[in-house]
Structure formats: C-alpha cells, structure tokens
Write a protein that binds this ligand. Sequence first.
Ligand SMILES: [Fe+2]
Ligand SMILES: [Fe+2]
Length: 314
Amino acid sequence: MDNTVLFVDDEASILNALSRLFMETDLRILRAENGEEALAIVRGEPVAVVVSDNLMPGMRGVELLSKVRNISPDTVKVLLTGYADLPTAIEAINRGEVFRFHVKPWADDEVVRTVEEGVRRYQLVRSLRLGDEGALRSIAQTIELKDPYTRGHCDRVAAYALKIASGLRLPEEMLRSIKHGSWLHDCGKIGVPEAILNFPGRLSERDFEVVKKHPGWGAEVARQAHLPEEVVNIILYHHERIDGKGYPTGAKGKEIPLEARIVAVADVFDAMSTDRPYAKGYDREHAFRVMGVLRGPALDPELVDIFLVALAAP
Ligand SMILES: [Fe+2]
Ligand SMILES: [Fe+2]
C-alpha cells in the first residue's frame, strides 16, 4: 500500500488531533507513541509519510527520522517541533533528513497539504523506480488527468521531440531518454494544486511562482528515483529559454542541455496548437508563424528549423 501515513507523538491528544484531520481522506493512518514503536512499523511495511514530534522520551524525532531514512529511503519525513526547538528542525532540513517541518501549534490546512504532497511524492518516486515504459507512461497519463487540457500532450510531445532527435541522428539510448523525458517533463505538476493548474485566466504572481516550481520538484524526484541524467535534464530545463529568461535556473543558449532544448520546441508547439483554459489553440499556419517569432529568443533556431521541415514533410 502506498498511502500509509504514520504519526508519532508521545501525547495521545496530539495523535488524535492529527488523525482527525485525515478522517475524510483515503489515506491509511497509523500512530505510534514513541520512536521504537514507529521504527517497528517502518521495518514491517511500506510507509509513505512519517510525521514525528521531536521532543519525546527516549528517541528524539530527529534521530527517529534519520533511522527511517536508512530503513526506507523513499519515505517522506516531516518533523513537528515546538518553537524553542526550531534550530534542531532547521539543522535537520539542511542535512536533507527532513522534507518539511511544522511548528506547534500547527495550521491544520498546512499540515494536510504537506502530508498530501508527501504522499504524492512518495508514490511518484516508487513508480519512477519501476522504470519500465508502462509505469512511466501511466505517470504521464496521471498528470494529464490532473490537467484535462493536456490530454494526449505527453504522447504528442514525445512524437514531436523524436522527429527532431531523428533529424539529428542521435544514438538509440538518447532517443529513449527523450521519449521518457517527454512523457515525464511535467511530472512535477503532481506537486502543484489543481486549483492553480486549472485556473481559467491569467495566474496571479503568487500562483505563478508555485507553477514555476514544477520543473525543480519533478527533477528532484526523478533524480531520487535514479532516472538517467538526460531524463532529469529534460524535466528540469524544459521551461528555459535561449535568451536566459526562462525558469527555473535561467540557463541560456547551450548551457541548456540539448535534450531539453529539443523537448522545449516540441512542448511549446503542442501547447499552442491545443486549446487551453484561457485560450483556443492556434491553427497550424498560425502556430508556424509563432514558432518563427520564438525561434532565437526562446527556442533553439536550428532545432526549430529541423522540426518545421520534419512537420511539413508528408
Ligand atoms: Fe512544464
Ligand atoms: Fe508540457
């Protein structure tokens, strides 16, 4: 089961309060009163997320979470601390041992969001680790379900990107990574709330900042699942621009890996030929014209040329 969440606290009232937050969800909630008890559970079955108090008699939360990391590296770890204990939490975050922390008394909706994001992250790493084509493609379809305007997008991006890649006569191995990277380029959207993804209209500055996190979020998960570097690059750099005005890193020109520049051409072309919540898709002629405008500042000109020639070919 991939939806198990474990709460650890020495106070029953806290465990009750936390469990109550998830009563209406399909998450499976387990509880433990101390570190030893929690470790026994993690040793015995898959746990997606552990949320632990820090100050408990016996083993502290920080110590528990670093042991959890050894037993079950993919389990997402969340620390609850008192305000006075904040430095410990920050240190644990910096050591990469904790995904998030919340200070008691916590805000209910924030804890719910962290746990849900943690579960999604765990599930994504697990399916990416399977690594076979079926699993990867079904992840792509899950993303498309979240964002109905993108139905078929991942397959089309893969087909377009492969057209460019074959024009360049890239090796077989690279073609595979380009296909997989195209499917997964937006897998970080699993971490973006649906209300933002499906918002009809222009996003506020703040919501757009959230959207801009999807390449980094996805790449981090892909890296954790040990996917090939080219696949990670496609996920991380697919929104960069040749002039350096893209996100999330602002890399420019050839600093952006070739595989990501290829998928960017495919992604942009498909996005503008498809209807979006805020705009109707362009017809082919109009899309070609816009590609001409983006050729240079946003998209690699050579790759755009190869693509347009390949598309025009019968
Ligand atoms: Fe994207
Ligand atoms: Fe896309």
